[in-house]
Design a protein around this ligand. Structure first.
Ligand code: FAD
Length: 460
């Protein structure tokens, strides 16, 4: 048996970041990855979707060329080229992670691991590994809707959708969370007729209600067929055409399309790990239970990322990984405030938020006030010809303390990190208004919203 200080199972953004940090701290570190380093994020999630969204943006810009004085003529948008580029981008970044493993002298096992002792792993190839500390970072996979037959080529989950080399002519997307809405944006930009169906009462249900309302309105304007509060009842599929029945407010209706994509969440990769045999506590979804320092109930074994079911985002996984290694190294551990982890959706308009929504702040007993600044009054957004959106501040009435920021519009995903800092520092809207923002930028809308909160609206 080969022994290490730290073994990480899973090479996604949780696992590989934890491994680098452990190696930097001088720990003898190994990582076991059964597929590609980079995990879902680099291979089948964040990165390939953003590459496709970039191609989709170029298609939209070209088709709106006339607005800017260009006569582009008929555009031939080659989806296969977009898909190829997205795979190349993923491959390049995966190579980067491979390089980082070498640079930091991290031993990489290309294999699948399972527990055969509380501190012992056996690889599918038979090798046994032991470690003082084991970090479970095995991530998640798309939740499969039982009503759909995934063996058919026209029934997609996110991984299959990323392998399409031809955009569908029509598609119904079940689930209007970030993943569903992003794929919808890609396919619509390539001319698909897109139906979006969400069981909850609004699109992007995890976001502030006003954000959902504006995104719904903008999607409808762009020709998406959006149904919320709508339940999938039955599906027929002859392999060429999917016919699905839905129910809304007691009435049923039917949608037909070439393809269907289920984007209804993820479930943890725990089955293969043999966790139950060693008494690991799992929750009802099968996620590994951890405390605020990502410790499982088994001493010296930690879990991070999607497998913990906390907030399935790449930067959550990485941040959890860093916390774990700080703990292993005996450093102070900054426990994560999950409300203050930024969330981004790369639709048109983009969405970004951090902190409490208005509803959540009220539920937590705050006397809540809000201030909203529309991008139609923001110089940069107007000069870009894309002024749909707003910045909404949620703050408490008594002290003016910022509780949450919810933004939709161009570039907002690049702006939200600063808000996380404001929230961490427990800034007031008065202090925020004094932070000088560069002009012209969309970020000025944050300062302008703070001026409104202080009763001194400047540009509105
Ligand atoms: P993963 O990235 O899932 O990696 C886990 C790794 O463990 C995998 O490589 C797997 O092969 C390996 N593994 C599993 N079991 C074993 C085993 N027994 N032995 C060895 N290896 C094993 N998040 C964002 O923050 N921003 C986005 O824009 C975004 N877009 C997304 C788009 C899509 C389509 C999807 C599906 C997800 C997206 N996400 C996004 C979510 C993000 O990808 C995940 O939150 C993130 O990858 C989780 O990281 P992780 O390290 O926990 O696990």
């Amino acid at each position: 048996m080969t022994n290490y200080d730290v073994i990480v199972i899973g090479g996604g953004p949780g696992g590989y970041v934890a491994a680098i940090k452990a190696a930097l701290a001088g720990k003898k570190t190994a990582i076991v990855e059964k597929e590609n380093l980079g995990g879902v994020c680099l291979n089948w999630g964040c990165i390939p979707t953003k590459s496709l969204l970039r191609n989709a943006e170029v298609v939209r810009d070209l088709s709106e060329g006339e607005k800017f004085g260009f006569c582009v003529g008929d555009i031939k948008a080659d989806y296969a080229a977009a898909q190829k580029r997205s795979r190349e981008v993923s491959a390049r970044l995966v190579k980067g992670i491979e390089y980082l493993m070498k640079k930091n002298s991290i031993k990489v096992y290309r294999d699948s691991a399972r527990f055969t002792g509380k501190k012992e792993l056996t690889l599918a190839g038979g090798e046994k590994l032991g470690a003082k500390n084991i970090i479970i970072a095995t991530g998640s996979k798309p939740f499969a809707l039982p009503m759909l037959d995934y063996s058919k080529a026209n029934v997609l989950d996110s991984k299959k959708a990323l392998q399409l080399t031809k955009a569908p002519k029509s598609i119904m997307i079940i689930g209007a969370g970030a993943i569903g809405m992003e794929f919808a944006t890609v396919f619509r930009s390539y001319g698909a007729q897109v139906h979006i169906v969400e069981m909850l009462p609004r699109v992007l249900p995890g976001e502030d209600e006003e954000i959902s309302a504006l995104v719904h309105k903008e999607f409808t304007k762009k020709g998406f067929d959006v149904h919320v509060g709508t339940k999938l009842v039955s599906v027929k599929n002859d392999g060429k055409k999917v016919t699905a029945n839905f129910e809304k407010d007691g009435k049923t209706f039917c949608i037909e399309s070439e393809m269907v994509l289920a984007a209804t969440g993820v479930r943890p990769n725990t089955e293969e790990l043999n966790l139950k045999a060693f008494g690991f506590q799992l929750d009802r979804r099968g996620c590994v239970e951890v405390d605020s320092r990502m410790r499982t109930n088994v001493d010296g074994v930690y879990a991070i990322g999607d497998v913990t079911g906390k907030l399935a985002l790449a930067h959550t996984a990485s941040a959890q990984g860093m916390c774990v290694v700080d703990g292993i190294c005996g450093k102070d551990v900054q426990t994560l405030d999950y409300d203050n982890i930024p969330k981004c959706t790369y639709t048109v308009p983009e969405v970004a938020s951090a902190g409490l929504t208005e509803t959540k702040a009220k539920e937590q007993g705050y006397d809540v006030k809000t201030a909203v600044f529309p991008l139609s009054a923001n110089g940069k957004a107007v000069s870009y010809g894309d002024d749909a959106g707003f910045v909404k501040l949620v703050y408490d009435k008594k002290y003016g303390q910022l509780l949450g920021v919810h933004m939709t519009g161009i570039h907002v995903t690049e702006m939200v990190w600063g808000i996380v800092g404001y929230l961490q520092m427990e800034m007031t809207v008065e202090e925020m208004a004094k932070v000088v923002h560069p002009h012209p930028t969309v970020s000025e809308a944050i300062m302008e919203a703070a001026h409104i909160a202080n009763g001194e609206p400047i540009h509105i």
